[in-house]
Design a protein around this ligand. Structure first.
Ligand code: MGD
Ligand code: MGD
Ligand code: SF4
Ligand code: MO
Length: 734
């Protein structure tokens, strides 16, 4: 008789409720949970991959260690001792900076890594902390820090109450939303239209979201900052600036008007490709709507002017009185307030307090930009990175110039990966410590609930008990922490006591403390939330619509919104210099590369699920027919896509959904490197866009990788080459 369990899906930011039927140790069905008050039965096709991941024979279940290209299984105790010994020896010989960390995206969907992982990585005392943040949302965090006073105070579109949503560089119909936790975005966008509102999309591709929208404007990649300055120019020139109650605690409204004055729509049209009349129409419609929100996402962040663009998206909301207003850009009141928790473990935020050793790039939040990871490993001298921990990340496929990083990782003295797969990155590890599957661990969306479009809370107990010979991510981190804290030997007793204390605590204790002290906790008296109350409500709890939180929530001096932080004003000359270049005709043959996502894929790591990769190949280069004709290319031709950093061969797909001059390729593919153990993914290898993206192309202000807007050349591939040599799947001896 199947039993049904309810939990949150951990695969993307939408946090949909899933109902999972199990029979013994087998998952027999995964459905949307109709009783989840937030997702109301919605799931996307990826949810079924929770079962595929759990049952995947390629998924590692026990630690493995590498000797040359041979892997062997080993016991947990031996593995922990080996890893802690190597890390300690590296620090002893070369100092604390010699050990670094790369944290990948699934860390944000993992209660154990958000708690015990952070404790471990901050404990290492190294400045060589890297993560996917600097290939993702860093510009939003920088704007939150400088404008509102805390890097985690990122504001969220109140999608369910708005009448007008202006979306730049986001495709939530496919991504299911980002820094906007909102299951079933499609229904929520359609609801805007059903109540008489509008959706406007600005994107170099007519995306799935743009197809649904009332208006779509093509924009030349990387030019959002100048477009937004023109939008502001119109708002100021036409006296549409109305901060309302925000005026009482906002500084810089006049200054922003002076800055925008230099960017009349006529000045920027040649650069952006957006006609002045269109800029005016967008500005007027935005200002006229009773409730409106400007939302910028990945496409505005991972580009040459990501810092400026993310700041200006927030600024548009401020000057039109849309910040902190229902239907605008709002702050959550999550059950667990992660701001004080994060500060307590040293995640207090900060910018450019120090710079990277080799290239002098600014630190952010205690981390260095991932664009500099390879050279920090390659470049000799004091502070050289010699040992690396990767956790829940695949930077060989996800960071720019993955080939260079691939080679750099091979040169490390020691590498350990906390990861369930032997993939393009972890194949360089000397030891892989695989965690339990998502169905074997408990879950609470500590991070994503703080960016949800409603205040929600949901706790999921594990569905399957973990075996005695398996470890959770948090247990792995707690073990390493205690073994690094005190060496074995006479101090072993102390070590054991410390470990016992940590392990007894577990992430649940941190969660319980967070719930009790949070805004919906003890101060609400007997009605307050606790872990026991969440356990009693397996479908989750709705805590209501977002509420105005300003100025109390601000953490700036005097609790004021800083509309024009000096770092952005200082970056404008860089933008103006580029504006002049953009306004001139581009060099013959050059195209601009952007990325895209697919509903049945998730970054680099769901391609081992047969049901998600089936169908026609998805790693195709989208190109406008006119650009193809100019190169004598036809649909399906194999082309060589080349940049300063490297070249790959991919099939081309012709479509007028692309802006002429711009081509689009998804990321996360390129599974043909040898020595991995992802059988299905290797059979659907594709090519990695990040073999073409460039680690020297970045937003110099924030340090964020410019994954979008890379200059490329495309030509017919020289000859039909034999299928790429398939990497022999790694053998592991028991
Ligand atoms: N060109 C281009 N590059 C991009 C992007 C783009 O749009 N274009 N997007 C960027 C963005 S937004 C992001 S977030 C990054 C993502 O970049 P990364 O985070 O570096 O890579 P992922 O592909 O998410 O790889 C996740 C890894 O985590 C492992 N994993 C999965 N679940 C768990 C778990 O529960 N515990 C542990 N320990 N490991 C787990 C998987 O096996 C896999 O190895 O890529 C960035 N790179
Ligand atoms: N199905 C699926 N869902 C996912 C993921 C996935 O891989 N697959 N990844 C998850 C992750 S880690 C993240 S961060 C989110 C990201 O979620 P989104 O922010 O929605 O990101 P994308 O879907 O990549 O959409 C980015 C858009 O920006 C456009 N763009 C590129 N350059 C520019 C530019 O210069 N200006 C403008 N205005 N637009 C530009 C691209 O054409 C693309 O349509 O998605 C998450 N959800
Ligand atoms: S939208 Fe995201 S959270 Fe919802 S089912 Fe799909 S992958 Fe899971
Ligand atoms: Mo991301």
């Amino acid at each position: 008789m199947p039993v049904t369990h309810y939990r949150s899906c951990t695969l993307c930011e939408a946090t949909c409720g899933v109902a999972i039927d199990i029979d013994g140790d087998q998952v027999v069905a995964i459905r949307g949970d109709d009783a989840d008050p937030f997702s109301r039965g919605y799931i996307c096709p990826k949810a079924t991959a929770l079962a595929d991941l759990h049952h995947d024979p390629d998924r590692l279940r026990r630690p493995i260690a590498r000797d040359g290209d041979r892997w062997r299984e080993l016991g947990w105790d031996e593995a922990f001792d080996l890893v802690a010994g190597k890390l300690r020896a590296t620090q002893a010989a070369h100092g604390k900076q010699a050990v670094g960390v790369y944290q990948g995206n699934p860390s944000a969907h993992n209660l154990g890594l958000l708690t015990f992982g952070q404790l471990l990585f901050r404990f290492l005392g190294t400045r060589n902390l890297f993560s996917a943040t600097s290939a993702d949302q860093l510009p939003h965090m920088l704007a939150a820090l400088t404008m509102f006073g805390d890097q985690l105070l990122m504001a969220v579109p109140d999608i369910d109450r708005t009448d007008h949503m202006l979306i730049l560089g986001g495709n939530p119909l496919v991504s299911n939303g980002s820094i906007m936790t909102a299951p079933d975005v499609k229904a929520r966008l359609k609801a805007i239209q059903a109540r008489g509102g509008q959706v406007v999309v600005v994107d170099p591709r007519r995306t799935e979201t743009a197809e649904l929208a009332d208006r779509h404007l093509f924009i030349r990649p990387g030019t959002d900052a100048v477009f937004l300055l023109s939008l502001l120019h119109v708002l100021y020139a036409e006296r549409l600036v109305q901060p309302g109650r925000l005026a009482d605690f906002t500084d810089g409204v006049d200054e922003l008007g002076r800055l925008a004055a230099r960017f009349a729509p006529e000045v920027t049209a040649a650069a952006t490709g957006i006609a002045p009349d269109d800029v005016r129409a967008v500005a007027r419609a935005f200002a006229a709507a009773p409730r409106a929100v400007c939302y910028g996402r990945l496409g505005v962040c991972t580009q040459e002017f990501g810092g400026l663009a993310a700041w200006l998206c927030y600024a548009v909301n401020v000057v039109t009185g849309r910040l902190d207003a229902p239907g605008g850009l709002m702050f959550t009141t999550p059950a667990v307030d992660i701001l004080p928790l994060a500060r307590r473990i040293g995640f207090e935020g900060g910018y450019a307090r120090w710079t990277s050793r080799v290239r002098g790039l600014p630190e952010f939040g205690g981390e260095l930009p991932v664009v500099t990871l390879a050279e920090e490993i390659e470049t000799p001298g004091p502070g050289q990175l010699r040992a690396l921990i990767t956790v829940a990340g695949n930077p060989v496929l996800s960071s720019p110039n993955g080939r260079r990083l691939d080679a750099a990782l091979a040169g490390l003295d020691f590498m350990v990966s906390i990861d369930p797969y032997l993939n393009e990155t972890t194949r360089h590890a000397h030891v892989i410590l695989p965690p339990t599957s998502p169905l074997e661990r408990s879950h609470y969306d500590l991070a994503l609930a703080a960016f949800a479009v409603r205040n929600v809370a949901k706790y999921s107990p594990p569905l399957f008990a973990r075996g005695d010979d398996q470890r959770h991510d948090w247990e792995i981190c707690a073990e390493l922490l205690t073994r690094l804290q005190v060496p074995a030997g006479p101090l072993g007793v102390v070590r054991k006591a410390a470990r016992r204390a940590l392990l007894a605590l577990g992430p649940e204790a941190i969660l319980e403390a967070g719930l009790r002290t949070g805004p919906h906790g003890l101060r609400k008296g007997t009605a307050g939330l606790s872990l026991a109350k969440l356990r009693a409500q397996p479908h989750g709890v709705d805590l209501g619509a977002l509420e105005p939180r300003l100025p109390a929530r601000l953490n700036t001096p005097g609790r004021r919104v800083v509309l024009c932080p000096p770092i952005y004003v200082a970056d404008l000359p860089r933008l103006e210099a580029r504006l002049a270049e953009w306004s001139r005709p581009r060099a013959a043959g050059e195209l601009t590369l952007v990325g895209r996502r697919h509903l049945r894929s998730n970054n680099s790591w769901l391609h081992n699920s047969a049901r998600l990769v089936k169908g026609k190949p998805r790693c195709t280069l989208l190109m406008h027919p006119a650009d193809a004709a100019a190169r004598g290319l036809g649909a399906g031709d194999r082309v060589r896509l080349a940049s300063r950093a490297g070249a790959i061969v991919v099939p081309v797909e012709l479509t007028d959904e692309m802006m002429p001059g711009v081509v689009s390729l998804p990321h996360g593919w390129g599974h043909d490197r040898p020595g991995t153990r992802t059988t299905v993914a290797t059979a659907h290898a594709g090519a990695s866009i990040n073999d073409v993206t460039d680690e020297t192309f970045l937003d110099l202000l924030s340090g964020t990788a410019a994954l979008s807007g890379v200059t490329v050349m495309v030509e017919r591939a020289a000859a039909v080459r034999p299928a790429p040599e398939r990497g022999a799947t790694a053998e592991i001896s028991g």
